[in-house]
Structure formats: structure tokens, C-alpha cells
Design a protein around this ligand. Structure first.
Ligand code: AMP
Length: 210
């Protein structure tokens, strides 16, 4: 099964991707994580992507479409995958169609902007293994230390308040039109993000089986 998780930055797509991943045993493909790894490794496209990411803008379609195309050819993606953070523009969705990728379902995790701002300001991430936490909603066992690999947790540069505002603006302008794109194909299901992660996860699994 090939799935897309749609939603504003900070809506909890990554967490719901983990839930689906456990349920269906298919990998999550996060273009954001791949780009951050490229920035860290200092690759050519990492260097090109960094300025846009730090400013809360989108990285160019050419770059992300290129990395996605290579990633879905990997052996672990042959029985299906969950796309987290891709597509983010209509041209990216059209590129997926042009690659012949059949999308079975698009699950939108909907969370109002004010809630997103509150969530992102408390988010902490491990730059080493990619695990994410929240100071209030999902704290690490030891403050500032990753439960998974023991490295130091940090605030992502693009989670700073001004950047969050601009990421939300970008989402509404460039990514939200994808809802109409997939609704027209009869593939869109919307899940209302709940206060408790476990409640959202239950609704996601319901949406998956709907
Ligand atoms: P994320 O972790 O999904 O929020 O992604 C972090 C940042 O990476 C975004 O703010 C964008 O700058 C960039 N990015 C990730 N995925 C895409 C995409 N599909 N298209 C363009 N830029 C992306």
C-alpha cells in the first residue's frame, strides 16, 4: 500500500507515520529527514537545500523529486511506503503520477495553526538519530537527552517562532491545494488531530481501514 500523510508542519505526521509503519510494516519516507541528513553530510544538494530550510521555505521541486525518485527504488520500498512531507506542491504530486506511482490513500492530519505554533515551540529533536520529543506532550526520560541514542536534543532552527509562521504560510499557499488534488481522486481522508497522541493514532488507524 502506498500512502501519503498530509498536514501542516508540526501536525504530527511523523508520529502517525510510525503508527502506520508498525501496523503495515512498510517504511516511512520523510523528505525532511533525508534533506537534513544531506545538510549534515554536506552533500551538494544538502548545501543547496540548507538556506531554504533554515528560512522555512520549500526546497526546489527538482531537488526533492530527484531524491524521492531514488528512494522509492530501494528494495525496502517495493511493498509500499508512507510518504511523510512529500508531495508538498502540486508539481510534486504530478511528478509522482508521472513516475507511475499509484497512491492508495492520502491521510490528512488536521491541526489548527494556533495549536501548531504551541506544539512546535516545545519540540526537541535528536539531530543524530532523528527522534522527536516535546517538552510537554512527549518528554524524553532525561531532559535534553535522546532516549534512543543518548545524544543531546536541540530545537530545530526551523522551529523558531518566526520560521514557524513562514512555514505555515508556505503550507497554506503551496501544500494545502493538494487536498483538492487528492479529494478529486477520491483518496483524501481527514483525521482531526487530538490532544492525546493515542487518540489521533486510533483515528489514523480507523482512516487507514476505512
Ligand atoms: P519537514 O521535516 O518535513 O517539516 O521538512 C523540513 C524542511 O525540509 C521543510 O521546511 C522544507 O524546507 C524541506 N522539505 C521537506 N520536504 C520537502 C518537499 N517535499 N518539498 C520541498 N521542501 C521540502
Amino acid at each position: 500500500m502506498n500512502l501519503i500523510l498530509l498536514g501542516a508542519p508540526g501536525a504530527g505526521k511523523g508520529t502517525q507515520a510510525e503508527v502506520i509503519c508498525r501496523e503495515l510494516n512498510i517504511p516511512t519516507i520523510s523528505t525532511g529527514n533525508m534533506l537534513r541528513a544531506a545538510v549534515k553530510a554536506g552533500t551538494e544538494y544538502g548545501l543547496k537545500a540548507k538556506a531554504a530550510m533554515d528560512a522555512g521555505d520549500l526546497v526546489s521541486d527538482d531537488i526533492v523529486i530527484g531524491i524521492l525518485k531514488d528512494r522509492i527504488k530501494e528494495p525496502d520500498a517495493q511493498n509500499g511506503f508512507i510518504l511523510d512531507g512529500f508531495p508538498r506542491t502540486v508539481p510534486q504530486a504530478e511528478a509522482l503520477d508521472a513516475m507511475g506511482v499509484k497512491i492508495d490513500k492520502v491521510i490528512e492530519i488536521h491541526v489548527p495553526d494556533e495549536k501548531i505554533q504551541q506544539r512546535l515551540s516545545g519540540r526537541r529533536v535528536c539531530l543524530d538519530c532523528g527522534a522527536t520529543y516535546h517538552v510537554d506532550f512527549k518528554p524524553s526520560k532525561t531532559e535534553g537527552v535522546c532516549d534512543v541514542c543518548g545524544k543531546q536534543l536541540v530545537i530545530r532552527k526551523d522551529d523558531e517562532p518566526e520560521t514557524v509562521k513562514s512555514r505555515l504560510k508556505t503550507y497554506h499557499e503551496q501544500t494545502a491545494p493538494l487536498k483538492g488534488y487528492y479529494e478529486a481522486q477520491g483518496k483524501l481522508v481527514t483525521v482531526e488531530g487530538q490532544e492525546e497522541v493515542a487518540d489521533t493514532s486510533r483515528l489514523t488507524l480507523e482512516a487507514l481501514n476505512a
